[in-house]
Design a protein around this ligand. Structure first.
Ligand code: PMP
Length: 307
């Protein structure tokens, strides 16, 4: 993987090689960090780089930080400004992934959240696809269960909690699948290892509500709005039973990295007729236009980097 040229570190933009922490760092030992994942999309005609919904991403980032008793002294606006400055320094002219990370920076022993120093770092790298097979993915149902809100809240993007996602992903990939869906302790479908999930049944788009131990995805929110507004499709948030994913007409995953990934097989069973469905296909087309700033109605989601 290509390394960034720069990082925002301890309040300023520095060469990436200077953005280093010691091995005793609290967050490295205890997972006491929160992060974000944001994309910026290159628009070739306009020669412009558009960050997709950074204010929403940073609002969620600051909420995640709040869950870990962090005080960052930042607002979504100030973090977006820093991000623009960083992307300009890199001079990206391609699609980009941006990773903000807030972490307990003290080099000290003792697991806790209080009386520790919080730091923010941000870096960015050129980025293309995340799920290599995003038009006909094969997913399984993980044997792992999703972390519960009263264990480690999934609505926060908490570094330590991603061990749950890593267990899910590795077992799925080693078993020959592209991804896995994970069930809540009650046995409802929660989400993918790093994506929210949608199914289509009888023309209705269904996704688990935010109380099903999901990350409150920005792509999820965007897709719900596009489905309702642009395609006139009803969207329902309700718990999804495991067997509904074996009989649904369409199934797809959403995430900043995964974008809209069509799932055409679940546990060796075809989804619908085994090909990407029409609603998934239309949403993918719309989403691609929206993120590149090609739909005037949604231009408020696209924040330009270059002047
Ligand atoms: N769920 C999990 C567990 C994730 O890590 C992600 C990726 N951030 C998502 C869902 C999708 O969220 P978003 O659309 O905001 O990237």
């Amino acid at each position: 993987m290509i390394l960034p040229k720069y990082a925002y570190f301890k309040g300023k933009i520095v060469p990436y090689s200077e953005a280093k922490v010691g091995v005793m760092t609290h967050a490295l030992n205890y997972g006491t960090a929160v992060f974000g994942g944001i994309r910026a999309y290159w628009n070739e005609e306009e020669e412009q780089l558009y960050i997709f919904r950074p204010y929403d991403h940073y609002r969620r980032f600051l909420n995640s930080a709040k869950l870990l008793c962090m005080e960052l002294g930042h607002t979504p606006e100030s973090l977006t400004e820093v991000t623009k400055e960083l992307l300009r320094a890199e001079g990206h002219r391609c699609d980009v992934y941006i990773r903000p990370l807030a972490y307990k920076a003290d080099e000290t022993i003792g697991v806790r959240l209080h009386d520790l120093t919080d730091e923010v770092t941000i870096f960015s790298i050129p980025f293309d696809r995340y799920v290599s097979n995003d038009t006909d993915a094969h997913v399984t149902v993980s044997s792992w269960r999703r972390i519960d809100d009263n264990t480690i809240p999934a609505r926060g993007k908490i570094s330590g909690a991603y061990v749950n996602s890593a267990l899910i992903k590795t077992d799925a990939v080693r078993a020959g699948f592209d991804e896995a869906l994970v069930l809540t302790q009650e046995g409802h479908v929660s989400e993918g290892s790093a994506e929210n999930v949608f199914i289509v049944r009888d023309g209705v788009l269904i996704t688990p509500p935010v109380t099903e131990n999901i990350l409150e995805g920005i792509t999820r929110r965007s897709v719900m709005e596009l489905a309702r507004e642009e395609l006139g499709i009803p969207v329902v948030e309700r718990p999804i039973d495991r067997t509904e994913i074996y009989i649904c007409d369409e199934l797809f995953l959403t995430g900043t990295a995964a974008q809209i990934t069509a799932v055409t097989r679940v546990d060796h069973r075809p989804v619908g007729n085994g090909k990407m469905g029409p609603i998934t296909s239309k949403l993918r087309e719309l989403f691609e236009k929206v993120v590149r700033g090609k739909m005037p109605k949604y231009r408020h989601w696209n924040i330009p980097v270059y002047m």
